[in-house]
Design a protein around this ligand. Structure first.
Ligand SMILES: C[S@@+](CC[C@H](N)C(=O)[O-])C[C@H]1O[C@@H](n2cnc3c(N)ncnc32)[C@H](O)[C@@H]1O
Length: 226
């Protein structure tokens, strides 16, 4: 999976080079290329934004500079996503769908946003990470890279994405590890029995219980095997 990120702040992307994603990049399972939009400014002061026509607060990223940055990368079979508070809110279904693409171009806005004309010309889909406004699209782009990369083959151990929250429309069951007793609290007995079928049934019930407690709105998606 290749991610080309169009941004004014490539230095913000250090976090995606760490941990699981860092290893995925090293193993060439994913590729994250950072394209600095400012490099495409024709202005001697490297200006990339200007005041909005019609007046109003803030600065708007110029369409020609963004377009030149976009044209500098191979974009024939790529899907272009603009990270925007006006887009569809990212969820696990969208993440899974996007993980089937081979090449995503992520466009990060900053300041008051980007001139509408270049958005109309190059963007296939707008994605938001929630109903609040951030200073830029860089953090949302990292959220998207992280969540989508987890579905790329080889990035996680096999089956890791199959049993976690949202994968079947519910939240995950509670998890425990050593020590067997912590501050007087024991691990549920069932998990020590080694009886896989009963453990699976217990986990399924707990998954429904957790969802009922924390996210009852999700229960309409219940797909229990029992
Ligand atoms: C301050 S915001 C611009 C908001 C814009 N003026 C509006 O009201 O819709 C600057 C940039 O941050 C990014 N951004 C802000 N909030 C976001 C969110 N919730 N999800 C995705 N991107 C967001 C977008 O790329 C946007 O162009």
């Amino acid at each position: 999976m290749k991610f080309d990120v169009l941004t004014l702040f490539p230095e913000m992307f250090e976090p995606v080079k760490q941990s699981i994603l860092g290893r995925a990049i090293e193993k060439k399972l994913i590729e994250v290329n950072l394209i600095n939009i400012r490099d495409f400014s024709k202005d001697k002061h490297k200006k990339v934004d200007d005041t909005p026509y019609g007046g109003g607060a803030g600065m708007i990223m110029k369409p020609d500079v963004v377009y030149d940055a976009y044209k500098s990368i191979e974009h024939e079979n790529a899907k272009v996503i603009y990270l925007s508070p006006q887009g569809h809110t990212l969820n696990q279904k969208i993440v899974e769908r996007l993980s089937k693409e081979n090449h995503l171009i992520l466009l990060c806005g900053h300041y008051e946003g980007i001139d509408q004309r270049v958005l109309d010309k190059i963007v296939d889909e707008e994605i938001s990470i929630g109903d609040y406004v951030l200073t830029g699209g860089e953090i949302p782009a990292m959220v998207l890279i992280d969540s989508v990369s987890r579905y790329v083959e080889g990035v996680l151990k096999q089956n890791s994405t199959q049993e976690e929250s949202f994968s079947n429309g519910l939240l995950e069951y509670p998890q425990y590890t050593r020590p067997e007793v912590f501050e007087g609290e024991s691990v549920p007995d069932i998990l020590l029995t080694g009886h896989h079928q009963n453990i699976e049934k217990w986990r399924d019930e707990k998954s429904i219980e957790m969802t009922k407690k924390k996210r009852p709105d999700l229960l309409k998606n219940k797909q229990s095997k029992y």
